[in-house]
Design a protein. Sequence first.
Lengths: 307, 307
Amino acid sequence: MRAIDENTITDAVLDQMASTLDPRLKEIMAAAVRHLHAFAREIALTPQEWLEGIRFLTAVGQKCTSYRQECVLLSDVLGLSSLVNLLNEKTAAESHTDASVLGPYYRENSPPFEPGQSIATRTHGQEIAVYGRVIDSSGRGIPRATMQIWQTDEHGDYDMQRLDPGEMDLRGWCYTDPEGRYYFRSVRPQGYSIPMDGPVGSLVRAQKRHGLRPSHIHFLIGAPGYRELVTALYPNDDEHVGSDTVFGVTDSLVVKITSGDPASPFPDLPGVHYDFKLVAAGKNQLSNRVGADPSRITKPTEAQPSR
Amino acid sequence: MRAIDENTITDAVLDQMASTLDPRLKEIMAAAVRHLHAFAREIALTPQEWLEGIRFLTAVGQKCTSYRQECVLLSDVLGLSSLVNLLNEKTAAESHTDASVLGPYYRENSPPFEPGQSIATRTHGQEIAVYGRVIDSSGRGIPRATMQIWQTDEHGDYDMQRLDPGEMDLRGWCYTDPEGRYYFRSVRPQGYSIPMDGPVGSLVRAQKRHGLRPSHIHFLIGAPGYRELVTALYPNDDEHVGSDTVFGVTDSLVVKITSGDPASPFPDLPGVHYDFKLVAAGKNQLSNRVGADPSRITKPTEAQPSR
């Protein structure tokens, strides 16, 4: 029998897991055990702290419902969701637009809009224009790419947080034109707090973090032959753009809302000009339709993703 | 703004957590984030695998009730509970008996018994004797130490798994005598399976592990001036003594059930002879009343620990 002490126990666990049939599960669990044990050894985790950790993780799981995912929120505030996105992006060799977290507010079947229309149909706020192209890695426009857009209103609420489940606002989809161009109008989005009434909120408060996400507009862009892109644009004038609680912001996704751009289809409106660069779909076709910014969801809806 | 990529994101998270007021929470969470990120980077965790992990941890939390702790069970089968015990034991400088997991079957207010009595009051099975001394690190007997004992029956069931909540069997407590001696009779305990009907059971099955704990007798021993000892003895003839699913067995706790020991108070019975060595209570007074072997609990009882 193996003599088990605080160092040899790791190998004892790996030995017992060595019979795992699925090679990837075996690899993942072996790494999980090694890192988990190294963590406990490094900080000399005490029984009382262990018990507090167990209680915390239990509370996180029990806070989850069909319309709230506290485990994803925990992954977000620890930077894991963004890290997974970043690792996934690395698998694309060509230059491309960075991804950002999908979040829990994406809905399928949003309404189509024509070029130039506003996606703000039931909302007041400061009107803006958003325009640019969807291009490939050589800069050529991609025609008939589908672009889905969703964002918050001037109070930081998504439609499902203030409207009936059947209604949609501040979201929609369009095709790019033959040159890959897109343009639409909307209102300035507002940032918001992650849900602070659960165990993850308590942790974030104990860490003296503000718990806020900077304002942003979500995009989900696809075209035959290209890897699906899930991303978001972050206006640079939000004071929290450098301290996103879920680490979804990367430099290349920070945009300036400017006025008087002669290239704008709406020169009278403050506008965001952004070109999205897709990569050709290779054997690694993973989209990043995961990662998240689960937030104050007060109204469950059928359209709400059920993870 | 910091440029976030798959390497710098770890420092970005640590920066945001640097305002944590409690220095130990700050230390623990910083280590947790570093090890969690290193894990994801090492195996290049994909979005799909991340989502599977989220679903698994959500299911673990949601399986917990007031009488079942699936998070503790996960910690057990990953060897973390035992590791925490082992780390805690290291804080005692003197030689002492190794600890083992408390498990979820401990009950307070078990019945007292007199030396030589049997704790098997409603059970049939192969009768055994258990005897020895509770001693200090220099080998002197500790008088009037309290010793609590609990174990399974010949089918691997604890009393709460087959009797009414108000009834107890195969558990009890006694004082050691003026020389530190204890002795009682019982029946051979039987090993058992961890609960296999939840997400942790599914993981253990996917790993082709048997999911069994070897047979054992639990002890919780205390005396004024000494650190409380939570441990268990494991008969060496159980075929799973070397492959405990929760890694509670250490060499020094494996015992032989022998016959004809002239030192036995019951020479006609197969017996276990074991001396328990306590350490003086220092400034580090942590007991290890945590760690666990949560198991098939079919009957919740008031006495059931509610963690």
